[in-house]
Design a protein around this ligand. Structure first.
Ligand code: SF4
Length: 418
C-alpha cells in the first residue's frame, strides 16, 4: 500500500475503527482493490495480529490452498472475534490440510460433462461457461478449490470461441451461465466481447452471470459494467452472500445499480458450519437480502470437496433451517435447500416433510406449527361423473386437530352420561 497517502478510516461492523493507508478514490476503485488483494502472511499481519503458530499454519496451508482477500472484504472483519464469519470464509484454516482424507477434488464430475473445454453441459437447456479461474476472494469452501493449484488463468480466445460455437450449434441451449472462478475479474470490454457474441445467437434467451463481486468487491459494479449489461439484456445475476455481515451499504449500492440496469439479482448461499448454520443467522441473512432487493434463491448444502470438511454440516441442519424459515417469514424470503449430488446427478431439493400420508382421496399434511390437517385430493373424473357434485367424503377438509378435539369432546360427553 502507498504509505505517502493520508490514512482513511472505515467503520468495521459499527464496532471499531480500522485504518487503511489509502485515498478514498483508490478505495472505491475496484482495480485498486483487486491489485491490492492480501495474499501473503506478511501482508496479512499488517492488519491483524497473528501468533507464530498461526503464521506457520497459514504458510503451510497456503502452499496447497492459497488465500486472497480484498481490502474491502478484510475491512468487514471484527478482529476481536476469532470466529468472525467473514474471517472464517477468507483465512486459510489448518483443517483444510488436516482433514484432507475427506472429500473429493471434483465431486460434481464437471469435467465429465464438458463437451468442449470451458463448457459444462449437464442439463439440456442450460450450459455453464467457465471463462477464468481467478477470484478476488478465495472462499475456503469453494467447490472448484482443485483449480487453485493450477495458478491463475483466463481462457484463451480460441477456447472461448469454441464454447460460443458449441452453444450456437446446440439449439436446445436457451440459458447460459457465465461463471468461473469469477467472470467479473475480466475487464468490462472483454466481458462485452463475450456477451455480444452470445447475444447474437438466436435461440439463446437468457444470459446469467455467477459472481461474488457484489459481496467481496461491490465497487466492481460500476456504471461502465451496468451500461454494458443494459445493452444486452435479458441478463440475470446470481451472487453469493453467506452472512448478514456481508450485506453492507456498498453491497446495497451495487445491487441498486444492477437493478437499474434491468438485471434481477438472486442469491445462492452455502450452508457453512460455524458461519451461518443457525436459523437466527439465516433469518437475518434473508431479511437483510430482501431489504436490498436480492431474492434468496438457493441454500446449498456444502459440496463434498476435499479441503472443506471442517465447514460442512449435516444435511439435517439445512432441513432444520428451512423448517425455521418456512411460515416464519414471507415465502419470498425462503430459499430452496439443495444438495448437488455427485456423479453429475444435479441439484436435488430437500425440505422438511409436510406430507404425512397421501391416498387418492386425501392428504394428511403438517403445517409450519406442527398442526396436522386433512386435505381433500380432487379427482377430476369423479366430479364429472357426478356432474360436479362433491361426495360426502369430499367435504371441505377440516383441520385434523379440530376433528380430534371434537372426538375427544364426544367421548367425554359419552363418559359423563354413563
Ligand atoms: S467466488 Fe465462487 S468460484 Fe471463486 S473462490 Fe469463491 S466460491 Fe470459489
Amino acid at each position: 500500500m502507498e504509505d505517502d497517502i493520508p490514512p482513511g478510516s472505515w467503520n468495521v461492523n459499527g464496532k471499531r475503527q480500522w485504518h487503511y493507508q489509502v485515498s478514498e478514490s483508490d478505495w472505491n476503485d475496484w482495480r485498486w482493490q483487486f491489485r491490492n488483494r492480501i495474499t501473503t502472511v506478511e501482508q496479512l499481519e499488517r492488519f491483524v495480529p497473528l501468533s507464530e503458530q498461526e503464521k506457520t499454519q497459514l504458510r503451510l496451508v497456503s502452499q496447497k490452498y492459497p488465500f486472497s482477500i480484498t481490502p474491502y472484504y478484510l475491512s468487514l472483519i471484527n478482529f476481536d472475534d476469532p470466529h468472525d464469519p467473514v474471517r472464517r470464509q477468507s483465512f486459510a484454516d489448518f483443517d483444510e490440510v488436516a482433514m484432507a482424507n475427506y472429500g473429493e477434488a471434483d465431486p460434481l464430475d464437471e469435467r465429465d460433462d464438458s463437451p468442449v473445454p470451458g463448457l459444462v453441459h449437464r442439463y439440456p437447456d442450460r450450459a455453464l461457461f467457465v471463462i477464468t479461474n481467478i477470484c478476488p476472494l478465495l472462499c475456503r469452501h469453494c467447490t472448484r478449490k482443485r483449480e487453485w493449484e493450477d495458478g491463475n488463468w483466463v481462457r484463451p480466445k480460441a477456447e472461448l470461441d469454441a464454447c460460443i460455437d458449441y452453444i450456437r450449434r446446440t439449439k436446445s441451449i436457451r440459458d447460459v451461465i457465465i461463471s468461473g472462478g469469477d467472470p467479473l475479474t475480466l475487464s468490462t470490454p472483454r466481458l462485452e466481447e463475450i456477451v455480444r457474441k452470445l447475444r447474437a445467437i438466436d435461440h439463446l434467451e437468457i444470459i446469467r452471470f455467477g459472481t461474488r463481486f457484489p459481496v467481496v468487491l461491490p465497487q466492481r459494479i460500476d456504471d461502465e459494467f451496468c451500461e454494458m449489461l443494459d445493452k444486452y439484456g435479458p441478463i440475470w445475476l446470481n451472487t453469493h452472500f453467506n452472512h448478514p455481515n456481508e450485506v453492507t451499504s456498498e453491497a446495497g449500492r451495487a445491487v441498486r445499480n444492477l437493478l437499474r440496469a434491468g438485471v434481477p439479482v438472486n442469491n445462492q448461499s452455502v450452508l457453512l458450519k460455524g458461519i451461518n448454520d443457525s436459523v437466527e443467522t439465516q433469518l437475518n441473512l434473508v431479511h437483510a437480502l430482501m431489504r436490498i432487493r436480492v431474492r434468496p434463491y438457493y441454500l446449498f448444502h456444502a459440496d463434498n470437496v476435499r479441503g472443506t470438511e471442517h465447514l460442512r454440516t449435516s444435511v439435517w441442519k439445512g432441513i432444520e433451517i428451512i423448517e425455521g424459515l418456512r411460515g416464519h417469514t414471507s415465502g419470498l424470503a425462503v430459499p430452496t435447500f439443495v444438495v448437488d449430488v455427485p456423479g453429475g446427478g444435479g441439484k436435488i431439493p430437500l425440505q422438511p416433510n409436510y406430507l404425512l400420508s397421501m391416498t387418492d382421496d386425501e392428504l394428511i399434511l403438517r403445517n409450519y406449527e406442527g398442526l396436522v390437517f386433512r386435505y381433500r385430493n380432487p379427482r377430476p373424473e369423479s366430479a364429472s361423473v357426478r356432474g360436479g357434485a362433491a361426495s360426502p367424503k369430499e367435504e371441505t377438509a377440516r383441520p385434523l386437530v379440530e376433528v380430534m378435539t371434537a372426538r375427544v369432546q364426544r367421548r367425554r360427553e359419552t363418559a359423563n352420561k354413563a
